[in-house]
Design a protein. Structure first.
Ligand code: PEP
Ligand code: MG
Length: 876
């Protein structure tokens, strides 16, 4: 089997075999773009290596052939005293894992060829600079010598000579550094191989091995990248960005990866190699400056950017090098972007005619939408804070948290329940674990494409980089800006949109929907079969959900309306009353309050359907808990403490979740539901008087049987009919039920006789199906997940096998009775994309979820429909 492909032999379809980078280099080569020649060793060769722990003879033979071909194509040879061939060896997995695996540049340099390179380029300094870079990279990647040991040598010499920049190093300094680097090898009992062939073989092995290094493994786990993909290895002729002031290297995006704005965006450094740009050690120049420095190169780059975008029909991330004024492309791939940029780019590409709406909808990860809805700082709170320092706005959003200066400390603080912000001098891929748990990442050095910036954007975390006024001392656990010292654990706030850092905690406000998101959500709505409603208990929730395009309210939990102090008091009066007589006064008080609640929701919904669920309170939630509260309540209610305690004892339940809640309460205290229905009708009448027609949807919780629901329904309907006839108007209404017990699922055909709609309460249904108390899973669920006894938390992602089967049964039975029965889901999983896809497949009519998850559910619903349609088409 062929294990190596020259760039000209591959193409973009061969990603699995050639890795993303290899497939793209091949594609670009075939597009006629200026790509330095080279070849790609396949992921199959990587698998083979992983099994044998050696490079096979067949692979070595192919390698020789390709090296010869490369020598012919370039007219250069390994170890040649006048024209030495130098190559880079880079990893490249089928799915991009930026910075997680290894790369070695300048392979082919040794004590002889360094002189040849010096003569050839007439630049001795450049040749020795390249050699010292090879020694450091090779030592670190192949022998695991610490990167900082090499850095320390460099820093020591710079300090000794009083230099501030690497560029000040002279050839003699570089020779001295090379000697010191070689000494580091010797100290570790190693030696640097002078043979280019030995170098390349060691480099290939190191890249294959780096598939399993710690940071790569963590990155894959975090990004759900399969373990068995393997990496390809790209061997490519070197071009030199560090060959003088007419050379340089950079990274460019065809659109702004933070905002999605259409403009060539990126950074470069003159007289530098790739690592200098991404490591953040020197702060690069924006690509726009290249326009002035090298107008022809800039124009060529811009033209290539357009060609590539048109070709790949997506925003591209390019790596380029300029060698003596000549532009080369080293890499192009779909660029990482913030969730907000992803949406803008997808919508813009549709408007530019490059992709269609369906493709735009399929390109966005629904989960990422909640990231772009991050709140922003409350402008008033912000006005009270002075900007402490400003850096480059690498990844938008507003974040506040306690500051930590190492990834390990950030991680530990996060595990201890703190909200953390990671602040570093600069970050390296080793910091990934700390970055994952941080609200925001702030670095003193680095540019917009530095590691910290790329990773923060990818994760949707707020990021600010290159904050030069900041100096971080991780050993002292402090950071300073001028006279101000921040200590570990101090609160800071970070704005990733402006790049500002503030001291203290700043409150945030709800996010606004960006224009392109609104467009995307409109397309999603038009494309999806299921509706998306919101769970909302207050006008504020509803308002937020409506801005996200919710179709209406799928669940109002009326018990949540009773937690404010004056209502709680009335509720306690109600619960603790001895008899119906004692309940009258609190019911009257609550009725007034509820009427206003319902009126406000109906009014705001402006004709959209509002499903209000009658009281479902586990009673214990409303009782006083500690002694102080008991005292207060006894006083408020004019009871002796003993009397109160007696009542409480009578109400106490061993298992309140399975106790006196849901419609059981209506059976024992019918006057409570009657009060709620009256409040609802008064609200409907008030709106009718204002010329607004409302058709109330009333939902009964925790139903177990047809007989039970028939009983409760009669109570509700009687109240409505009496009031409507007294008022003399016709009211259209629906009385439906939650389906949230296994018994309700199994008898759904009978229940459907008396229900106008169903809505699955998957929280309770999961609780009752598994027999897991939904409030007590913390003690065992993590172990189940860790030991893979459960594939996911069933309260977050629906358990399709068990709970899902019951749901399917309920849907089939319900619709056997009423073929058009409307069936929703209003438990937590209603906003989970994987669950939404499942609900679509079993015929659920709509999902309802918390306001911030409405966009997520909407896009997931559209994707589910699009996938189902595609599948159906493929079948027919
Ligand atoms: C449910 O059980 O899924 C539901 C929506 O009701 P609650 O969470 O209020 O019990
Ligand atoms: Mg429930």
């Amino acid at each position: 089997m062929k294990q190596i492909y020259a760039f000209a032999e591959g193409n973009m379809e061969m990603r699995a075999l050639l890795g993303g980078k290899g497939a793209n280099l091949a594609e670009m080569t075939n597009l006629g773009l200026p790509v330095p020649p080279g070849f790609t060793m396949t992921t199959a060769a990587c698998h083979d290596y992983q099994q044998q722990h050696a490079l096979s003879d067949a692979l070595l033979a192919e390698l020789d052939q390709h090296l010869q071909a490369l020598e012919q194509a370039t007219g250069k040879r390994f170890d040649d005293p006048t024209a030495p061939l130098l190559v880079s060896v880079r990893s490249g997995a089928p799915i991009s894992m930026p910075g997680m695996m290894d790369t070695i540049l300048n392979i082919g340099l040794n004590d002889q060829t360094v002189q040849a390179l010096a003569t050839l380029t007439a630049d001795t300094r450049f040749a020795y600079d390249s050699y010292r870079r090879l020694l450091a990279m090779f030592g670190n990647v192949v022998y695991g010598l610490s990167e900082s040991a090499f850095d320390d040598v460099l820093t020591a010499i710079k300090q000794e000579k009083g230099y501030t920049s690497d560029l000040a190093l002279t050839t003699d300094d570089l020779k001295q550094i090379i000697q010191a680097f070689k000494q580091l090898y010797t100290d570790a009992g190693k030696s640097f191989p002078q043979s280019p062939k030995a170098q390349i073989l060691a480099a290939i092995v190191a890249v294959f091995e780096s598939w399993n290094n710690r940071r790569a493994v963590i990155y894959r786990r975090e990004n759900h990248i399969p373990e068995d993909l393997g990496t390809a290895v790209n061997v490519q002729t070197m071009v030199f960005g560090n060959a003088g002031e007419d050379s340089g290297t950079g990274v460019a995006f065809t659109r702004d990866p933070a905002t999605g704005e259409r403009a060539l965006f990126g950074e470069y450094l003159l007289n530098a190699q790739g690592e200098d740009v991404v490591s953040g050690v020197r702060t690069p120049q924006p690509v726009a400056v290249l326009h002035e420095q090298m107008p022809e190169v800039y124009d060529q780059l811009a033209a290539i950017a357009t060609t590539l975008e048109q070709h790949y029909r997506d925003m591209q991330d390019l790596e380029f090098t300029i060698e003596h004024g000549e532009l080369y492309l080293l890499q192009a791939r779909n660029g990482k972007r913030t969730p907000a940029a992803a949406v803008k780019i997808a919508v813009d590409l549709v408007n530019e005619g490059l992709i269609d709406r369906q493709e735009a909808l399929m390109r966005i990860d629904p989960k990422s939408l909640s990231d772009m809805l991050h709140p922003e700082f409350d402008p008033q709170a912000l006005a009270a804070h002075d900007v402490l320092a400003t850096g480059l706005p690498a990844s938008p959003g507003a974040a506040t948290g306690e500051v930590y200066f190492t990834a390990a400390e950030a991680k530990a603080a996060h595990e201890a329940g703190h909200q953390v912000i990671l602040m570093r001098q600069d970050t390296s891929p080793e910091d990934i674990e700390g970055m994952i748990v941080s609200q925001a990442i702030v670095t003193a050095r680095g540019g917009m494409t530095s590691h910290a910036a790329v990773v923060a954007r990818g994760m949707g975390a707020t990021g600010v980089v290159g904050m030069h006024a900041l100096s971080v001392d991780e050993h002292a656990k402090t950071a300073t800006v001028g006279d101000i010292v921040l200590h570990e654990g101090d609160w800071v706030s970070v704005d990733g949109t402006t790049g500002h850092l503030y001291r203290g905690r700043i409150t945030t406000t709800a996010a606004m929907v960006k224009e392109s998101l609104a467009t995307l959500l409109d397309w999603a709505k038009a494309a999806s079969r299921m509706g998306v409603y919101t769970n909302a208990d207050t006008p504020k929730d509803l308002q937020q959900a409506l801005t996200f395009g919710a179709d209406g309210i799928g669940l109002t939990r009326t018990e949540h309306m009773f937690f404010q102090p004056e209502r709680l008091l009335q509720m306690r009066r109600l619960i603790l009353a001895k008899d119906a007589e004692g309940r009258k006064a609190p019911l009257a008080a609550l009725e007034k309050m509820q009427e206003q609640d319902f009126y406000d929701l109906y009014r705001l919904a402006a004709g959209k359907s509002v499903t209000i669920r009658l009281l479902d309170p586990p009673l214990h939630e409303f009782l006083p808990h500690d002694l102080r509260e008991i005292n207060e309540v006894a006083n408020e209610l004019g009871l002796e403490q003993n009397q109160l305690r007696e009542r409480m004892a009578a109400l106490k339940e061993v298992n309140p979740m399975l106790g006196h809640r849901g419609d059981r309460l209506a059976v024992t205290f019918p006057d409570i539901y009657a009060m709620q229905v009256r409040a609802m009708m008064h609200a409907v009448f008030r709106l009718a008087d204002e010329g607004v027609t409302v058709a109330p949807h009333i939902m009964i919780p925790l139903t177990n049987s047809e007989t039970e629901l028939r009983w409760v329904r009669r109570l509700v309907v009687n109240e409505i009919e009496q009031m409507a006839s007294a008022k003399g108007i016709q009211v259209t209404y629906e009385v439906g039920t939650m389906i949230e017990t296994p018994r309700a699922c199994v008898t759904a055909d009978a229940i459907a006789n008396v229900a106008d709609f169903f809505s699955f309460g998957t929280n309770d249904l999961t609780q009752l199906t598994f027999g897991y108390s939904r409030d007590d899973v913390g003690s065992f669920l993590p172990a189940y997940l860790e030991k893979k006894i459960l594939p996911a938390d069933p309260f977050q992602t629906v358990d399709t096998e068990g709970v899902g089967t019951l749901m399917k049964m309920a849907i089939d039975k319900g619709r056997a009775t009423k073929s058009q029965l409307l069936i929703g889901v209003c438990g937590e999983v209603g906003g989970d994309p994987d669950s939404v896809a499942f609900f679509d497949s079993i015929g659920v009519s709509y999902v309802s979820c918390s306001p911030y998850r409405v966009p997520v559910a909407r896009l997931a619903a559209a994707q589910a429909t699009l996938r189902a349609t595609k599948k159906a088409k493929a079948r027919s």
